[in-house]
Design a protein around this ligand. Structure first.
Ligand code: F6P
Length: 319
């Protein structure tokens, strides 16, 4: 059986360990592994090659994805999906693993509704915003990158009378922001899921400043689009000189943590085992309460990820 793997959309630390495990495990199971380079763009352009152990040697500890990724506009057009399908057929590929996030899974759902595919998605995005799974590859590494940055920012913040506002990624999901606020002891956290009460929180913070607080750390999730507003509020209403750091794409880099490597192995083995025993799967491996399961792609893309209650409660404790 010929199985292929590709990465799509934003890269995430953990993709490389997944690619390595895929090649090694498919060989072990007697199959033929293939690599698709450049994501959906590469699928359209037939950048598909048989994989050797050498292709994936020495990649396990590296961030990013050695087979690269893309956000494909062409894939929205039927003629390019047709081309992509013909390319898979021409290599005799009978199963496909897609490492991707929400946008990639939407594209795969469309693709699989038109052609007879056998594919399994592995949730891979630092945003942790995919419905049906408690965890997406890359999240733990991104959280550790943010934690490291926040520890350093707090060092300098505490040496001055200053507030620091740090904007973190996450698209429309506040997961990275709230977990980072919890583990770094931030005084303020603004996420898209909860309306930020400037008045009430301002009252609390001003009182703390009057009582001697000389610095503060505020985490703002990019999806709120309130970085500018929170900056102004900290300076003018709270009265703390404020610096802004937008962490940006460093959050997507870094060597995958132990958790991301282990999760990558389990996600991949589950996906490959499923593909080897099915011929028309359109599913995503999801991790729920410590177990790996397979969920239909339609269900995954039609749902909306909700932040677990314990994180929403944690936000209230900061109020
Ligand atoms: O989905 C991952 C992510 O890093 C988001 O957190 C962020 O909003 C987006 O991708 C950035 O996308 P790009 O790399 O295309 O600028």
């Amino acid at each position: 059986m010929a199985l292929a793997i590709m990465s799509s959309g934003g890269d995430a630390p953990g993709m490389n360990p997944a690619i390595k495990k895929f090649v090694d495990y498919v060989y072990k199971q007697g199959g033929d592994p293939y690599l698709i380079y450049d994501g959906l763009e590469g699928l359209i352009d037939n950048k598909i090659t048989p994989a050797t152990h050498r292709d994936v040697a020495g990649i396990l500890h590296r961030g990013g994805t050695i087979i690269r990724s893309s956000r494909s506009k062409r894939f929205f057009e039927h003629k390019y999906r047709q081309k992509a399908y013909e390319n898979l057929k021409s290599h005799g590929i009978t199963g496909l693993v897609v490492l991707g996030g929400d946008g990639s899974f939407r594209a795969m759902e469309k693709f699989s509704s038109e052609f007879d595919l056998n594919f399994v998605g592995i949730p891979s995005t630092i945003d942790n915003d995919i419905y049906g799974t408690d965890y997406c590859l890359g999240v733990d590494t991104a959280l550790n990158v943010i934690r490291d940055a926040l520890d350093k920012i707090r060092d300098t913040a505490s040496s001055f009378n200053r507030a620091f506002l740090v904007e973190v990624m996450g698209r429309d999901c506040g997961f990275l922001a709230i977990v980072s606020a919890m583990v770094s002891g931030a005084e303020v956290c603004v996420i898209p899921e909860v309306k930020f009460d400037y008045e009430r929180i301002g009252k609390r913070l001003r009182k703390e400043v009057e009582e001697g607080r000389n610095y503060a750390l505020a985490i703002v999730s990019e999806g709120t689009k309130q970085t500018g507003e929170v900056h102004k509020w900290l300076q003018e209403t709270i009265g703390l000189e404020t610096r802004v750091s937008i962490l940006g794409h460093i959050q997507r880099g870094g060597n995958p943590t132990v958790r991301d490597r282990l999760m990558a192995f389990d996600f991949t083995i589950t996906a490959v085992d499923h593909l080897l025993s099915h011929s028309d799967s359109n599913k995503v491996v999801v991790y729920q309460k410590g177990e790996y399961k397979l969920m239909e792609i339609e269900e995954v893309v039609s749902g909306t990820y909700q932040l677990p209650q314990r994180y929403l409660d944690a936000i209230k404790l900061l109020d």
